[in-house]
Design a protein around this ligand. Structure first.
Ligand SMILES: NC(=O)c1ccc[n+]([C@@H]2O[C@H](COP(=O)([O-])OP(=O)(O)OC[C@H]3O[C@@H](n4cnc5c(N)ncnc54)[C@H](OP(=O)(O)O)[C@@H]3O)[C@@H](O)[C@H]2O)c1
Length: 336
């Protein structure tokens, strides 16, 4: 590959992906964002100033690229279409179901132009899709539960925090899920990650749900209280939202650990480690290394790679993978 453009390539996740890609494809990686000085801070990459809201900027970024990795939530459908029209491969980190569903509609265009688009790229969605497929195939279960535990001490980028603040408005009922050591069984709150929607109907899965918790039990309890009292509605007010974003950018209480787990029947598998942004960026970079072998069209990660093989390769970068065994007892997940 001669030109891999990472849009949002100096953000929290984009930087991790661009750094790995610059090592694997020397001289081929372009890091793009609105601030040229920041784009220059990724070693081994070519900086490019781009504002995705501007048509001319978008064309300049996409023309001549082999692959575009989208690491920001900004006009994603328009960017995907610009790529696929030109026969440029496209990968998207977004966790927003409506946005991914709109990009799925570009499948005909992608096939016509012999381009591949991969969606559900990252940890959640991404690794969670692969764990869910693996569990469903092992257990033959019709219901899959996915749990996402995030470290409150991790430095999340503004785009991720904004997405999470939006998700608070749609936070659902709580349940219990078992995470790998040191976390144990935790209360998770249903959260609008896209994996639960795109997986339903595939691999014999009738119903999928995804729940979120933080490594800090106290903060997770605060989340639940905010939902119960309706405080999450306040986040729709621009001033409250801006203050929450600023506070979350500054405050880092807890660790940088993360864990994701999936359960079907009595079968549970998990993936865990430190710095979810690194796991997310590496997942994208590993997929780009495989792009030439993937078919044309728009697909989700679980439709283009084999879960055990891909997760085993990802885990070699310092993460823990538990491919699971069937327990005697079903995992605890009674609704609370
Ligand atoms: N699938 C997963 O597991 C997973 C995990 C984490 C995050 N994500 C997703 O990954 C994406 C990135 O998250 P993040 O935490 O890395 O965000 P971030 O740190 O805020 O990075 C966003 C990047 O996009 C750039 N950008 C913003 N607006 C732009 C515009 N109009 N034109 C060009 N560049 C623009 C930003 O730089 P400037 O502002 O300087 O332009 C920055 O480099 C989000 O969509 C998030 O939801 C997915």
């Amino acid at each position: 590959m001669d030109r891999i453009v990472v849009l949002g390539g100096y953000g929290a996740v984009g930087r991790e992906a661009a750094t790995a890609l610059a090592e694997w494809f020397p001289g081929a990686v372009v890091v793009a964002g609105r601030d040229l000085a920041k784009a220059r801070t990724v070693p081994g990459a070519v900086p490019l100033q781009v504002d995705l809201r501007d048509d001319a900027d978008l064309e300049r970024a996409v023309d001549g690229a082999d692959t575009v990795l989208m690491c920001v939530e900004q006009d994603n459908v328009r960017v995907a279409e610009a790529c696929l029209e030109r026969g440029v491969h496209y990968l998207d980190l977004s966790a927003s179901h409506e946005l991914l569903a709109a990009i799925e509609q570009l499948n005909g265009l992608a096939v016509q132009r012999s381009a591949t688009a991969v969606l559900s790229v990252g940890l959640a969605p991404g690794v969670t899709n692969l764990l869910a497929r693996h569990c469903a195939e092992q257990a033959g279960g019709t219901e899959v539960r996915i749990g996402v535990l995030l470290g409150a001490g991790e430095r999340y980028g503004p785009a991720s925090i904004e997405w999470t603040l939006d998700g608070f408005a749609a936070i659902g009922p709580s349940s219990r899920m078992r995470f790998p050591p040191p976390y144990g069984t935790r209360t998770v709150h249903r959260f609008p990650f896209s994996d639960q929607y795109t997986l339903a109907g595939a691999y014999g899965i009738d119903r999928a749900t995804t729940g979120l918790c933080l490594d800090s039990r106290a903060l997770t309890a605060l989340l639940a209280a905010a939902r119960r009292t309706g405080a999450t509605r306040l986040l729709r007010r621009p001033r409250v939202r801006a203050a929450a974003l600023a506070a979350l950018m500054r405050v880092h209480v807890g660790s940088e650990g993360f864990a994701v787990t999936a359960t079907a029947g009595t079968f549970t598998a998990s993936f865990s480690g430190h710095r979810q942004r690194r796991a997310t960026g590496l997942t994208a970079a590993l997929l780009i290394r495989r792009l030439d072998a993937l078919p044309a069209g728009v697909r989700h990660i679980d439709q283009v790679v084999e879960p055990v093989e891909f997760l085993s390769e990802l885990s070699k970068h310092g993460f823990d993978l538990d491919l699971g065994t069937a327990d005697d007892e079903p995992a605890h997940y009674d609704a609370e």
